[in-house]
Design a protein around this ligand. Structure first.
Ligand code: BES
Ligand code: ZN
Length: 875
């Protein structure tokens, strides 16, 4: 035994498999048993032995491999391993043969068994109802590293191979895999389904779905069959996504100059699904909320979500599936790009959505996370499979997408597109690293892309660029921006753009050092008093801090409506984050917010609303006596737009107005605007009698739900009870999650406690509990106690994975005292797990940041007067 430990120790604790044997082709048979929740499998792997070895080491986890079934055949010689060890900790199986394996291709065969688990990863079961009966379906989710829970394999993105899949399933079920079916053989109650062999691909993209479905179908002009599979009887809900998919495939073919590479594309709605969607090659799986669109009960926001998720997953069919990251360090190449590319499609299909303005919300989320000391670089070291889940975060997705946009805007869209197309062609069916992309871009553009971009992808954080005006020059200085307010290390190559007094007067340069002075005499003319906006249209991933003089000119320019939508968004967002970091006073932030009272744009107002809610929360902690005046100020601030839109949707109004109306009314409801609360409850009562009543179209529902549950309590619980009734009666997933999100805003701690328990009950799918966790400030203490009481159960249900981290971030981050941060740290110190470490640190850091902000607000001298003035100002 000791000797054996010694023998295998060289393979343990390694982040990557030894590359002495390389898989070329998998012949994989799976037979799921949906009633016993088990599966049996057999795999034959063509393996190229490239170095002298007696060992084969591959991934396997939670599988039992029949040792007698294992053989390695090479040159007609059949060898059996003398020893076979499954190391669960490392998720590998080590096979030892008596002699060295012959160099060249051999065939590794084995049989195995596993469980169809209920944890939404590997090969798992999901449940649904059919004719009143509860049924199971079998589904795979392999990214990032769970193919090994379904079959023994080289489970790394660079180990690409072809896959020939065969399924044995009950004959009445639909059985899907990456490729089209070539043959079906009926055999009593079972059928054996044979699929075409796939082109070479990574294991994390292999997929299987077995269950009862209906579908809608269309074809691309090239004859590719595109289908959307839905619950039986709900096929029409798939039509919108189908249409988006067909058009998007056409667009990407043109943009990447390479057609979609498989003969078919299926998209399936899965009732239990951990992520939002998964880009399996040719068989994309989705949460129901991200694929299905119901004309009557889905909101405009749901429609936009479906379109962008479909566009994102289809972008992966090129970026990710055809060209794959070499290792998880380059995950952002997949996710950042798919996120960015999805906006190209949405913009082209739905120009009235102004999706590139909405893109600013992606950058904002990236900037907010990357403003933490506990952030990480875009390119991050990954040493263990358990660490991968946590990097599917706003850094890889949103910062990733935002730095791509920054680069595109620096190089120009045509040059950028040409380079991407040649990158896709050059690395098709291969793997690539971040620097491979940079070198293609460098070649196409002649710019030092590698040097420029390394400062953004290898270094965590981003700069705040301070701008001061002096005589007729501008002084620029960069330093790392941290929400904690401290000054961090780091220097970036920052593509600076600015305009002066007009969008025609522009200048741009690369800020390569800490300081730089720029002459703007030519623009300032005689008056010398025009506004100056840096980071024009917010295409750069950094923040700008203006001196007081420049700030005042910009506020004036906003009021005079001189600025672009994106610039208005950026000025507000930067100012807000500087306030959070205690570098601007709350008093001046409120003054800036008041300049937006005539704003009409959806994205700007939507961020104004979100900032207003955050400000209200922090004021409730810092200066509760000011809260009612602050709320009054916000109600007045939104009044203008709310009146413009009214409650009634207008015939033929824009998508953005439909979304905006809902958000405005939700804000007014949560600031307890009486008229809004009353009107909401009137409409809700009508709706309770008739779920199709026109008084409550889907875009208004969230606002109304928030209004009726806000002041529910144990003694006055009808709003809460009625909402749960609506929850129980609907079979639309979007409606269910809308209700969970709304109920969380109830202010009564006892109701919230009851609700949190409801989230863990069998009435809420595990995938959906996370939507109910962002509870009201009044109930945050209750939520924290509840989290502690239920932590064991929660980790058991969710295990490793990103859903569990949401419990921590949602419940911990809203606190605002250093004592609470300490208490949280203490609680988790004995419960630490590698997959929660990063999120926990980030959440605790947020609590410290809130605490510092509270202190700084408390020391502002004229805040109370300013708030009074703003609350009662007459316009
Ligand atoms: N590749 C991811 C799915 C994924 C996420 C797998 C995390 C494993 C862990 C997929 O392409 C994706 O990014 N889905 C997003 C939706 C998208 C529109 C941002 C998601 O799941 O939220
Ligand atoms: Zn993705």
């Amino acid at each position: 035994m000791a000797e054996q430990k010694q023998k295998y120790s060289q393979f343990k604790g390694q982040s990557r498999l030894p590359k002495v044997a390389i898989p070329k082709r998998y012949d994989l048979k799976l037979k799921p048993d949906l009633i016993a929740c088990k599966f049996a499998g057999a795999v034959k792997i063509s393996v190229d032995v490239v170095a002298d070895t007696k060992f084969l080491v591959l991934n396997a986890a939670e599988l039992s491999i029949n040792p007698k079934s294992v053989t390695f055949t090479s040159n007609n010689k059949v060898m059996e391993p003398v020893d076979l060890e499954l190391c669960e900790g490392d998720e590998i199986v080590v096979m030892e043969f008596k002699e060295s394996l012959p160099i060249g291709v051999g065939l590794l065969s084995m049989e195995f068994e596993g469980t169809l688990n209920d944890r939404m990863k590997g090969f798992y079961r999901s449940s649904y109802e059919h004719n009143g009966e509860k049924k199971n379906m079998a589904v795979t989710q392999f990214e990032p590293a769970d193919a090994r829970r379904c079959f023994p394999c080289w489970d790394e993105p660079a180990c690409k191979a072809t896959f020939k899949i065969t399924l044995e399933v009950p004959s009445e079920l639909v059985a899907l895999s990456n490729m089209p079916v070539i043959e079906e053989k009926l055999n009593g109650n079972l059928k054996t389904v044979y699929y075409q062999e796939s082109p070479i691909m990574s294991t994390y993209l292999v997929a299987v779905v077995v269950g009862l479905f209906d579908y809608v179908e269309d074809h691309t002009p090239d004859g590719i069959a595109v289908r959307v599979y839905c619950q039986v009887g709900k096929a029409s809900q798939g039509k919108f996504a189908l249409d988006v998919a067909v058009k998007t495939l056409g667009l990407y073919k043109e943009y990447f100059e390479v057609p979609y590479s498989l003969p078919k594309l299926d998209q399936v709605a899965i009732p239990d699904f951990a992520a939002g969607a998964m880009e399996n090659y040719g068989l994309v799986t989705y949460r129901e909320t991200a694929l299905l669109y119901d004309d009557k009960h889905s909101a405009a926001a749901n429609k936009q979500r479906v379109a962008t998720v479909v566009a994102h997953e289809l972008a992966h069919q090129w970026f990710g599936n055809l060209v794959t990251m070499e290792w998880w360090t380059h995950l952002w190449l997949n996710e950042g790009f798919a996120t960015w590319v999805s906006y190209l499609s949405a913009d082209s299909l739905f120009p009235d959505w102004k999706i590139w303005t909405q893109f600013l919300d992606e950058s904002t989320e990236g900037l907010r996370l990357d403003g933490l000391a506990e952030s990480h670089p875009i390119e991050v070291d990954i040493n263990h499979a358990g660490e991968i889940d946590e990097i599917f975060d706003a850094i890889s997705y949103r910062k990733g997408a935002a730095v791509i946009r920054m680069l595109q805007s620096y190089l120009g869209p045509e040059c950028f597109q040409r380079a991407l197309a040649s990158y896709i062609k050059k690395y098709a069916c291969l793997n690539a690293k971040t620097e491979d992309l940079w070198s293609v871009l460098e070649e196409e553009s002649g710019e030092p892309v590698n040097k420029l971009m390394n400062t953004w992808t290898k270094q965590q954080g981003y700069p705040v660029v301070s701008v001061k005006v002096k005589d007729q020059t501008l002084e620029f200085e960069q330093s790392r921006f941290l929400l904690s307010g401290s000054h961090g290390e780091g220097q970036w190559i920052v593509p600076i753009t600015l305009c002066c007094g007009s969008y025609d007067a522009r200048k741009s340069f690369l800020l390569q050092t800490k300081n730089e002075t720029v002459d703007v005499k030519e623009f300032l003319g005689n008056s010398g008093h025009s506004w100056i906006k840096v980071n024009v249209d917010q295409t750069g991933f950094f923040r700008v801090k203006y001196d007081e003089d420049l700030s005042a000119r910009l506020r004036d320019a906003i009021e005079k409506k001189c600025l672009s939508t994106s610039d208005k968004y950026g000025i507000l967002e930067d100012y807000y984050s500087l306030s959070t970091a205690c570098q601007q006073s709350l008093t001046s932030l409120l003054a800036l917010m008041s300049a937006y009272r005539e704003e009409l744009d959806y994205t700007v107002l939507s961020n104004l609303i979100s900032i207003a809610s955050k400000v209200a929360r922090i004021v409730a902690d810092a200066a509760p006596e000011l809260l009612s005046d602050i709320k009054l100020f916000f109600i007045n601030l939104f009044q203008n737009s709310a009146e413009r839109l009214g409650w009634e949707p207008k015939q033929g109004e824009s998508h953005l107005d439909a979304m905006l109306r809902g958000e405005l009314l939700t804000a007014l409801a949560s600031f307890e605007h009486d008229l809004t609360l009353n009107e909401a409850s009137r409409r809700f009562n009508i709706f309770l009698d008739d779920r199709n009543a026109p008084v409550l179209p889907p875009d208004l529902r969230r606002a109304v739900y928030v209004a009726v549950v806000l002041n529910a309590s144990k003694s006055n619980r009808s709003g809460y009870d009625s909402l749960l009734r609506v929850y129980r009666e609907t079979d639309l997933s979007q409606e269910k999650t809308r209700i969970l999100g709304s109920v969380a805003s109830c202010k009564d701690p006892q109701i919230i406690h009851e609700f949190l328990n409801f989230l863990l009950s069998s009435e809420v799918r595990s995938q959906d509990a996370v939507f109910g966790l962002s509870v009201s400030r009044e109930a945050r203490e209750t939520a924290w106690s509840w989290l502690k009481d239920n932590w064991d159960h929660i980790t058991k249900t969710y295990g490793a994975g990103f859903l569990v981290t949401r419990f921590i971030s949602a419940i911990v981050s809203p606190f605002s005292s250093n004592e609470k941060a300490e208490e949280v740290e203490q609680f988790f110190s004995s419960r630490m797990k590698p997959y929660i470490a990063r999120t926990l640190k980030q959440s605790i850091e947020r609590v410290h940041i809130n605490a510092a902000w509270v202190k700084s607000i408390q020391s502002e001298k004229h805040l109370a007067d300013a708030v009074k003035e703003l609350a009662y100002r007459k316009y």
